[in-house]
Design a protein around this ligand. Sequence first.
Ligand code: CNA
Length: 244
Amino acid sequence: MMKPEIDTLKAWIEQSKRIVFFGGAGVSTESKIPDFRSDTGLYKQKYPYPAETMLSHSFFEKHPEEFYDFYRNVMIYPDAKPNRAHYVLTALEQAGKLTAVVTQNIDGLHQAAGSRNVYELHGSVHRNYCMECGKTYGLDAITGSTGIPRCSCGGIIRPDVVLYEEGLDQDTLDCAVTAIAGADMLIVGGTSLAVYPAAGLIRYYRGNRLVLVNLQPTPYDDRADLCLHASLGETLEAAIGGEY
Ligand code: CNA
């Protein structure tokens, strides 16, 4: 761990009042949820089609049974617990220094750690709804069923997650943009910044404390005021663990 960088991160956090955290699947790898693009990520595993295909809107429409099989196997981790990265961010929010968490994750672990203002750009595995009557269901409607999950009305229950080819929820996007545009520090962590439009959101940040913490390089490394290729949990803990 690079001491001068940690000291800078620590000082900037001390000086900031409206921090926003923007994260992705790398935030939850320490909770044992695999990400997509790491060497151990989902994209390196063998499935009949690429994950982008199996998690796409058209695949869901054409092959719902295979979709649910894949979705249950690779996207749902009911026993996963928040890790130190989630808890440090919760502490910063409670200390009145962090205004929002913007996440591409669908695992609900920020809320499980106690974070309140969380914008879930890609939805949540914990919310599900009937495509016919709109009745809402929890995660157990998916985990407690086999094949295609059905509503009491007979309609298909689908997860409230954004599939490839689908648009993002406009309200969530607007709130995320407002939070990022108003931030005095933006910490981006655990995301390859390869998925749009989510990755483009960091362009709305106008300040001079853009911090990027990611194990692998990203296309935005050059734009960061501070860039660390390190573990997010370790970095956040080293910079702020126990301070707030
Ligand atoms: P990604 O493309 O898989 O990138 C993850 C990045 O995180 C990689 O660049 C890794 O190097 C980095 N990384 C992994 N572990 C750590 C760590 N401990 N510390 C620091 N960096 C780390 O994931 P993105 O989120 O960028 O891609 C967007 C997709 C993946 C989103 O739509 C997510 O919904 C989707 N996804 C979500 C989950 C989840 O909800 N937990 C899991 C897997 C995929």
